[in-house]
Design a binder for this molecule. Sequence first.
Ligand SMILES: C[S@@+](CC[C@H](N)C(=O)[O-])C[C@H]1O[C@@H](n2cnc3c(N)ncnc32)[C@H](O)[C@@H]1O
Length: 400
Amino acid sequence: MNADLVQRLTSPAGVEALLLADRQSDPSSLAAAAALRAAFPPELASAALSQTELRRRAQTKFGPSAAGMLFTRDGLEQATRPAVAGHHASRLVAAGAKRVVDFGCGIGADAMAFAAAGLDLVAVERDPATAAIARHNLTSAGTAVGSVEVVVGDAEELAAALLTPGTAVFCDPARRTANRRLWRVQDFTPSWPFVLGLLDGTRSAGVKLGPALPHSFIPAGVHAEWVSHRSDTIEVCLWSGTDDPPDSRAAMLLPGHRLLVRQTPPALEVSDLRRYLYEPDGAVIRAGAIGVLGRLLDASLVDAQIAYLTGDRLLATPYAEPFEIVDRLPYNEKVLRRWVSTADIGTLEIKKRGIDVDPAELRKRLRPRGSQAATLVITRTPHGAQVLVVRRAALPAEPR
Ligand SMILES: C[S@@+](CC[C@H](N)C(=O)[O-])C[C@H]1O[C@@H](n2cnc3c(N)ncnc32)[C@H](O)[C@@H]1O
């Protein structure tokens, strides 16, 4: 889609086309295409149908607001979830920001949260169609409090002019390659050196990156916060010019649980398995906050390299899921198959850490055909690989 077509979609004819597209039960069907083409030019008809598909898909992320927004396929995928964008905005507000430049705003999910939080906003996007979409999303939401400007251009060329003293900055760089497994700073755009420059401490700055960011890439003096939302660990955001202790790390479980790790996290001992096993949230693990959590739970590690904690007491925590260990088995498929059969297991959940096995494949080989449900945890322990039969512990975790 080009910027012209975005304009046409927001014109009265475009709005009519979108209304008709929304009445189609399957916007990808031939019948829907025929209905739209009977009333509108082919380009507009097809753009309205694609938008309708994207809006329906976007409901998972944006809820009812998706119905009034415009998207590109990539833009929707890359857009920050509203709850997380709201968290970014509240951090900038807490840092005293009044004006923010969002470099690489995409379809505007973060930008919408900044504008709704009362910040004056300049949103920069180099792709003209995506910028036109961000402009639509920002203006049609009607939630902006301060001034809103969307600029089409290259962040790296515009930075010197836009970053006036006192202006905060946010950047959620795109990846040039589709390879999600390989974490390469060379793939970022705006470029990694540019992104690092934003974090030089001369202003309040937030940079959103994937949660797999190796700690060695975090610049000195910066605070790194890994964020989980609805049990997904979705990002790490690097912050500078905020009130966070320099070089600290945190696990943020939205909406409101935050575990802070200062420079040297406490070391935990490894112990034999105790009554309870705690499975920490992904943000806690990524942030290196296991030691802090272990202290809170009076728990130790099951292995120096494995992110399971074990303790004698069942304590409520939002940072980990607690299990009671009800049995221990050797890591031996024959023994496990016999156990599954004897215990009449039909629904089998398998978790594993530090053991090279595919749980889905193992489940098939164990042939669970019975009437009972069970959870197995395969992990390294001080006594080698073991399989723990566990059940979710009764004490509910604090609400997230
Ligand atoms: C990950 S997306 C941003 C998503 C956005 N935070 C949101 O929540 O909707 C990154 C965006 O940066 C844009 N971009 C990449 N390099 C840029 C550059 N040098 N200048 C301006 N925009 C850029 C891309 O076109 C893409 O739309």
